[in-house]
Design a protein around this ligand. Sequence first.
Ligand code: A3P
Length: 292
Amino acid sequence: MESLDLLSPFLFSYKKRNFVVQEGLLPQDLDALQHIEIHPSDIFLVTYPKSGTAWMQQVLVQILDAAHPELVEDTSNRVRVPWLEGRVLDKADRQRPDPRLFHTHLSVDMLPHGVQAKRVKVVYITRNPKDVLVSLYNFAFSWTMLEPPKSFPDFFEQFLDGKVFMGSWFDHVREYYTARDQMDILFMSYEEMLKDLRAEVVKLCAFLGKNLTEEAIDQVVEMSTFHNMKKNPKANFKDLLEKQRYRSETMRKGMAGDWKNFFTVAQNERFDQVFEEKMSDWPMAFIWDSKQ
Ligand code: A3P
């Protein structure tokens, strides 16, 4: 079932946050999601939107295909790594063979309880928030479920206020980091993946306990480059373009530092000030452009 077909955007408040989610996705659905049965071998990909979800979907599918050849399926990554809250309680998603992959943008307190209780593997990707903002801004013009922003300055302020799709970036990353000891979680960085995808795939395989040959790792990397994903119908989401859910490609630029093409000097200073206020104690360094 393609539940997304039925949906359109609206804003509602859930547990003191503002999320722009899909019509048809009700607070009680989100509550029900917390009780779905989790298998110990499940793997959860968690991201704040536009942080490299589709990229990691591709990497994870390639790793699992190499490690479990019996699981290879001729279907898109959207089906292989279903969006938990986008395909709410879809039976087919839950009846897939183990190990199952899911992806979600939900905040840590809204995850299915079993994720923590069964200590399933969670992969969390961070991306520098200036590029996340720009990517989300562009995506809001593309995805028919989101309201196109009035202007970049408007969207910029909404992002800093957390009044965008899936709420505050600052809260999302912080809450996952704060909960790290209660979970089996690996933090990965979009920019580190850009710098050395192979090294990141090796790290990920070790975390997932998947023993791949050198050739298989090379193959995962090759299949997951921006260039190759862009022309791969299983990975590039172009079917959603054809179905008129997207107005433009989501495989847009795939780089670090695109924010420099959007931010004014004043906006950059303002962003840095808010970032400093909210993230001054943050232990991980962000990479703000490809020259770093
Ligand atoms: P841009 O809009 O900056 O180009 P998500 O999948 O979480 O929605 O993230 C989308 C962003 O990831 C987009 O960023 C997209 O281009 C980028 N992306 C997707 N696949 C990628 C890849 N293989 N390498 C680098 N970036 C990739």
